[in-house]
Design a protein around this ligand. Structure first.
Ligand code: ZN
Ligand code: ZN
Length: 358
């Protein structure tokens, strides 16, 4: 199988030569992906429990944009988050930036992504306060920014997992939302657009945006989640998914990368091919600005919320009459001896001075 790391090893040096002025954080990601498990980041030594043989395994890069490092990170994140979940029905609400704004977003990623988070989260909070819906200033939701569509194209959007209700203003009761929706999509999209416009003005970017975009409908999509609880587990794949995973790569032939994608609103899989320089360019446009937090918790889901987590869980349980199912994280993948199949145990790591992981 061809992996994205292999594609980068073979073709990224050419890409760097062609685009010497690329942003520094793109260069860092390229280096991480090329050097992942190559020995550059050092070696970890394991011993087989059965035959005693020592095994030397090259360390991974740990970069959040590396396709090889995702599984491990998802598990670690899940473990940390599982004790933050609450029960009850949940919604997934998705806010998408209209096409006309995408070129400006690509050039001003940090500013626009921040505005996207601000406009969407404030719109949710504002409507939750509306008596027609929930009537509280204390809803709880978690958002994850994604910048790609199925064909690796640039398509910034935020998925929110929203708990179906909120705490009462004095924080001693649970106020449920409707079962089929949290708030109406139409007013949500209007408020979202208005706050985003204000943010663009503040950032001095509104002059670059065609005025027609403020008159059209912005896409906000709300869906009730199939299962009532375990919000965090729903979110995990969104959190650590990178733009494209190795399992979607079909082959690389004559400088073309062939990869699978699912056709919009159907289960049908199609194959797309991109010239390899274009493939790398598309992959890199989804690299987030250094240090940018793509997962954010709001309202009572925020760790700074002054109502203890157990209290919220209890209030929701009292309301639904159902106890929150505790979900245990799955075991981290074990390593096995290539000689006898015995389990490997960690001994120590050899870490070089000059190829520190970021
Ligand atoms: Zn062994
Ligand atoms: Zn890696």
């Amino acid at each position: 199988m061809t992996t994205i790391n292999e594609i980068f090893r073979a073709f990224a040096p050419e890409y760097i030569e062609r685009y010497p002025n690329m942003p520094g954080h793109h260069r860092k990601v390229i280096a991480a992906i090329i050097n992942c498990r190559s020995g550059k980041y050092g070696t970890t030594v394991y011993r087989c429990l059965k035959c005693g043989q020592k095994h030397f395994i090259s360390r991974s890069c740990g970069n959040r944009h590396c396709p090889m490092c995702q599984y491990h990170k998802t598990q670690a994140w899940l473990e940390k988050q599982l004790n933050k979940q609450v029960g009850g029905q949940h919604f997934m609400i998705t806010f998408t930036l209209p096409e006309e704004i995408r070129p400006i977003a690509r050039q001003n990623q940090k500013l626009v992504y921040q505005a996207l988070f601000k406009a969407s989260s404030q719109a949710l909070k504002k409507l939750a306060q509306d008596k027609r819906f929930i009537g509280t200033s204390l809803p709880g939701f978690t958002g994850v920014l994604q910048t790609w569509g199925r064909q690796l194209q640039y398509h910034p959007h935020i998925h929110y997992i929203v708990v179906s209700g909120g705490l009462s203003e004095n924080r001693d009761a649970w106020i449920p939302s409707r079962k089929d929706f949290f708030v109406h999509e139409k007013p949500l999209s209007i408020i979202f657009r208005a706050i985003f416009m204000k943010e663009m003005k503040k950032a001095g970017l509104s002059g670059q945006i065609p005025s027609s975009v403020w008159k059209k409908d912005w896409v906000v999509d709300s869906e009730a989640m199939e299962s009532a609880d375990n919000s965090i587990r729903y979110l995990a794949p969104y959190v650590f998914r990178v733009a494209i995973s190795n399992s979607r790569i079909v082959k690389v032939e004559d400088r073309f990368v062939y990869f699978k994608y699912r056709k919009h609103s159907s289960k049908q899989m199609k194959t797309m091919r991109l010239e390899v320089m274009e493939f790398i360019r598309r992959f890199l446009q989804h690299v987030l600005p250094s240090g940018f937090m793509k997962v954010r918790h709001f309202g009572f889901m925020n760790p700074n919320c002054c109502t203890p987590h157990e209290t919220i869980v209890k209030l929701i349980e009292d309301h639904t009459g159902e106890t929150l199912k505790k979900v245990e994280p799955s075991e981290p993948p074990k390593q096995y001896c290539s000689d006898c199949g015995g389990e490997l145990v960690y001994l120590w790591s050899i870490i070089p001075m000059f190829h520190q992981r970021e």
